[in-house]
Write a protein that binds this ligand. Structure first.
Ligand code: HEM
Length: 573
């Protein structure tokens, strides 16, 4: 039935008014949002100007592929920028520059002392690690405040209770297995030498050692327990982890960081979720099979990690905190160590003389025994009383230690750590105000020529120019093992290349949120590198540039570290 005329007119007028209202409200809201955004950005710019750092423009990425292409040269570009700002000023002439990211003033630091001052004083990561939260959840890598503190304490206590001997034994067993496999492959090929990709092999090795240490069970045993082939479990996990190591940091630098919901709808977001589910299958296997007296077994009986709701993985349910921690530790453990070992081998390939010297240095009865090397060729160490080898310290194998340190100096595989400042940080004439985000580029700190002579040169001898009389690594799990995270020259005196002792070296970051696994990594890498170098000679691959970095979660050789290997026969002690 038609409405009376006056009613129709009134409805029409009311609609027109409400349309105008709606349009006006939307326009006003947009204008208001724009003004607020401009004010916020202007404020952030003023904060950067007050901090006296050179300003650059932040360009968010839209597509992760685009990010990947540019990521290859990321470290080089950042380092060039630091060199430029230090040389030409533009700010205070320091190795620092800033940009407004979203609405946040963000200062990048590539200078040793400033980096330390930043990392020493703050534990806050949130909201800067948001992109990592879907993966590591409430594990200590992304946890905050009391939750982080309590969980970190629990993890460190568990590591401490288990000790390093169990890790050393696991690393010896798995390294010997990998070496046997490689020898078999050489034999089957029937040739003196073969081409191989080091990175995938080292990923398997590091994963097995990390899994074995965390659970007290070998990965082989755990797979057998659930009736799955170890090779399949490893391949699935490593493929998923490799995808995630690109996807997650790409999201962190893209516009997708701002909305979980929208990101989850994109094909990339769905790919990320699928791969996270795959990595959780290994976490679930680790938790199901962990022995009571292993680190994970202890966390299972702890308190902090059991507080959150249960999460289902396959047929099992686990407290979310425990599952997240296991995922974090498995990933952090295998990815960093395999990347570092790959870079180490590539550096040794380019420096044949150092490779040979390292091999000869291993023919030493103390080292052979301590690292479980199968070598028959051993010399009695003159200074040794033949008793217990202090294998957990850096002092017992100076050449090996120096090669690892120098590798971590030039290739700190987690090159960027980011913190939210909860107090002003001042250094010389620069003050970075509270509320700023700071990105410390460890890769650039390690190339700061105010601290390092010939920073670009791979020179392990810079660490042995003075004697290794005092240990650099105590093997303890205390929080204040400053010497370890800074790892100054092991003698405590400046080695030839280090102008200011202890300031410019922090491959495991520094301060309260430095790496919890650094002592573990040092043991595993000593054992693994020694076994590989003792067994094989490594030479450059035919015609590939092996050293182009691929920047993701960690920095790895982009082509998987191609190498030629043959049995080590050339050198005698
Ligand atoms: C060569 C080996 C390693 C390197 C270079 C390395 C480096 C680092 C760096 C630079 C950080 C600070 C990251 C940040 O704040 O953004 C870190 C944190 C961390 N690392 Fe490592 N790491 C190594 C091995 C390991 C191992 C073997 C584990 C455990 C099995 C581990 C577990 C962790 C965890 C859980 C954190 C977070 C700590 C916290 O926020 O309190 N890492 N690592």
């Amino acid at each position: 039935m038609p409405l009376p005329l006056d009613v129709t007119a009134r409805v029409a007028v009311a609609r027109a008014v409400s349309d105008v209202d709606a349009r006006a409200v939307v326009a006003f809201a947009l204008a208001f949002a724009l003004v607020v955004a401009l004010v916020v950005v202007a404020r952030a710019r003023r904060v950067l100007a007050r901090a006296n750092v050179a300003a650059v423009r932040w360009r968010p990425k839209f597509l992760w592929r685009l990010y990947q292409r540019s990521a290859r040269s990321l470290l080089r570009r950042v380092e060039d920028r630091f060199s430029r700002t230090a040389r030409d000023g533009g700010g205070s002439g320091r190795r620092a520059f800033g940009a407004v990211v979203g609405a946040c003033p963000f200062v990048h630091v590539g200078e040793a002392k400033l980096a330390r001052d930043v990392l020493r004083g703050t534990t806050v990561k949130s909201p800067l690690y948001h992109a990592f939260e879907a993966f590591s959840g409430t594990g200590i890598f992304t946890a905050e405040g009391e939750d982080w503190e309590g969980k970190r304490g629990e993890v460190l206590r568990a590591f401490h209770a288990v000790g390093l001997q169990a890790l050393r034994d696991r690393a010896v067993e798995e390294s010997a297995r990998i070496v046997r496999g490689m020898k078999l492959e050489l034999e089957r090929g029937g040739t003196r030498e073969m081409e191989t990709l080091a990175l995938p092999t080292l990923q398997r090795l590091a994963l097995r050692v990390t899994f074995g240490y965390l659970t007290g069970n070998s990965l082989a045993e755990a797979c057998a327990e659930v009736g799955r082939a170890q090779a399949d479990v490893e391949s699935e996990y490593l493929a998923a982890a490799t995808t995630l190591r690109h996807l997650i940091p790409a999201r962190a630098r893209s516009i997708w960081i701002f909305s979980d919901f929208l990101y989850g709808l994109t094909p990339v977001g769905r790919l990320e979720a699928k791969n996270i589910r795959t990595t959780r299958m290994l976490s679930s296997l680790a938790l199901r099979t962990a022995k009571k007296d292993s680190p994970l077994g202890m966390l299972r009986g702890g308190e902090m990690h059991l507080r959150e709701r249960a999460v289902r993985v396959g047929d099992d349910e686990f407290p979310k905190g425990l599952l997240d921690e296991t995922t974090t530790l498995l990933f952090a453990g295998h990815d960093t160590q395999s990347a570092t070992l790959s870079w180490g081998l590539l550096r040794l390939v380019d420096n044949e003389k150092i490779q040979n010297e390292l091999r000869v240095s291993l023919f030493d009865d103390v080292i052979v025994e301590a690292l479980g090397l199968p070598s028959k060729r051993r010399k009695k160490r003159a200074s040794s009383d033949g008793k217990k080898a202090a294998w957990a310290t850096s002092a017992f194998a100076p050449m090996l230690e120096s090669v690892i340190r120098e590798t971590l100096r030039l290739h700190p595989v987690a090159p960027l750590v980011v913190r939210m400042l909860s107090a002003d940080v001042s250094s010389a004439e620069m003050t970075i105000p509270k509320g700023c985000a700071v990105g410390v580029w460890l890769s650039s700190v390690h190339r700061d020529d105010a601290v390092w002579d010939r920073p670009e040169e791979f020179d392990p001898k810079r660490w042995t120019a003075t004697s290794h009389a005092r240990t650099g690594s105590t093997g303890s799990f205390t929080e204040d093992s400053e010497e370890d995270s800074s790892l100054g020259p092991a003698s405590g005196k400046p080695a030839s290349g280090l102008k200011h002792k202890g300031v410019g070296y922090m491959p495991f970051a520094y301060g309260p949120r430095s790496c919890v696994g650094q002592h573990l990594a040092q043991v595993t890498m000593r054992v693994a590198l020694a076994h590989l170098i003792e067994a094989f000679e490594f030479a450059p691959s035919a015609d590939v540039d092996a050293s182009t970095p691929s920047v993701g979660f960690t920095v790895t050789p982009s082509t998987g570290a191609p190498l030629r290997i043959r049995l080590a026969t050339k050198i005698d002690p």
